[in-house]
Design a protein around this ligand. Structure first.
Ligand SMILES: *Cc1c(COP(=O)(O)O)cnc(C)c1O
Length: 422
């Protein structure tokens, strides 16, 4: 049962937009992002102090951070740049989670300046944090890596092979140490999956965390104040896939809360997550125009976007659905590779894809580009990253990031000096 992939504008509307903003560009649907945020918050309202910290790396645009903050979300950062974005839009304190790894000193300092909740990735980072900032904060969180205790999924791999987090033994040692050093509030974090569509997998992760919270209390007398289940809620990239039902995860988590947390006298335990993909992914599209067609051993459609704008297909072989605007009802009776212009054969948005016949200047919407899309772009071959546009709930469209220019690309080079060198 294929779900039709939605797109909020008509071909004519997009054609009109391209007069103001040339293709390629990313387009985000604010109303759909808000409705999704509200669905998530409503589903998890049965858990104490629920908060979603949007993973900034998924779509690091301050306008979207503002939209999500106005829906009550916080932000999850893992770099200096992401902390700066939060500061710029007034997110700080308990609204910011700092989940980094191999953390440089200056990033620990920046996180402390924002009063963010710091989530340590390793036991040695207790001393590193003190060395970098002079003290420990009163609230501290640790990232748990369950190792071979739990199966991974194909994207994140097996936890024991993942570079993140503390082992179980280290985790107990770490809480005891920071308690003795005066930390007063404790968090427990894990992230073991990525792009996982199976609700049961997310519920099992919650069980693992709840059981640990109880054990930590029993063995150390340390009361955990919040858990953070990480990101990793998947989205249906393929039309045949089913979206994750937030209600099912929330209900499963609430039942486990009643089974494990309440009888242990550990209520209230705040419930946090830090999803990125599921929040904005389905509500962003890469809009690109067909500019070349080529018939060799295969039929190729060359578009004006490339891996500079969306890496996932080239990097992971990921499927992104494509709609030829205005041909939504046309039969998919052609087979194409839809490709960008990089000198890199993986620069393909679709391989041997059944699509309607594509003519030059047709507009294509590449779906599910709202997270880990623009953000992952790179400048190989000197290709420029595209603009980001926001479709407002009133139907207007605002540019929330301009396209890069060659001047941006060359800003770190002194071309005049190079011209007279040697
Ligand atoms: C990437 C990441 C997330 C968000 O993951 P999604 O798959 O986008 O939900 C959350 N937390 C951490 C620590 C991450 O690295």
């Amino acid at each position: 049962m294929n779900q039709p992939k939605s797109f909020p504008l008509t071909r004519e509307q997009v054609e009109a937009l391209t007069e103001r903003f040339p293709t390629p560009f990313h387009l985000y649907d604010e109303a759909a992002i808000r409705a999704n945020a509200q669905r998530l918050s409503a589903a998890f309202a049965s858990l104490p102090d629920f908060r979603e910290y949007f993973a900034v790396k998924a779509t690091p645009n301050p306008f979207l951070l503002r939209v999500l903050a106005s829906e009550g979300f916080g932000a999850d950062c893992s770099s200096l740049a992401e902390l700066r974005l939060c500061a710029a839009v007034g997110l700080r304190g308990e609204r910011v989670m700092f989940t980094s790894n191999q953390t440089p000193d200056e990033e620990f300092r920046a996180a402390r300046e924002l009063d963010a909740i710091i989530n340590l990735d390793d036991i040695t980072h207790i001393d590193a944090l003190v060395a970098a900032t002079g003290s420990l904060p009163s609230t501290l969180c640790f990232r748990y890596n369950p190792g071979p205790l739990k199966d991974g999924n194909p994207i994140i791999g097996h936890p024991e092979e993942a570079k993140y987090g503390l082992t179980r033994e280290q985790l107990f040692e770490a809480y005891a140490r920071v308690r003795d050093l005066g930390v007063e509030r404790f968090g427990l974090h894990t992230m073991v999956v990525s792009n996982e569509l199976d609700e049961q997998y997310h519920i099992e992760t919650v069980r693992m965390l709840f059981e640990l919270v109880v054990e930590i209390q029993q063995q150390l007398g340390v009361r955990i104040h919040f858990i953070n289940t990480g990101g990793g809620i998947g989205i249906p990239y393929r039309p045949a896939e089913r979206p994750v039902d937030y209600e099912v995860i929330a209900r499963g988590a609430r039942e486990l809360y009643a089974e494990l947390i309440e009888p242990a006298g550990l209520d209230p335990l705040a419930y946090n997550m830090e999803c990125g993909r599921a929040i904005t992914g389905p509500y962003g599209w890469l809009i690109t125009r067909a500019i070349r067609s080529k018939e060799t051993y295969r039929s190729y459609i060359g578009v004006d976007a490339s891996m500079a704008n969306l890496m996932r297909p080239g990097m992971y072989g990921a499927y992104h659905h494509i709609t030829v605007l205005g041909k939504e009802q046309a039969p998919a009776n052609r087979v194409y590779d839809v490709v960008g212009s990089l000198c890199e054969n993986s620069d393909k948005f679709a391989i041997q894809r059944e699509l309607p016949e594509i003519e030059m200047d047709d507009l294509l919407a590449i779906h599910d580009a709202g997270a880990h899309g623009h953000a992952m772009g790179y400048n190989y071959n000197g290709k420029l990253r595209s603009a980001e546009l926001l479709l407002r709930p009133d139907g207007s469209v605002v540019q929330i990031r301009r396209a890069e220019t060659l001047d941006d690309l060359f800003a770190t080079l002194d071309l005049a000096a190079a011209g007279t060198f040697v």
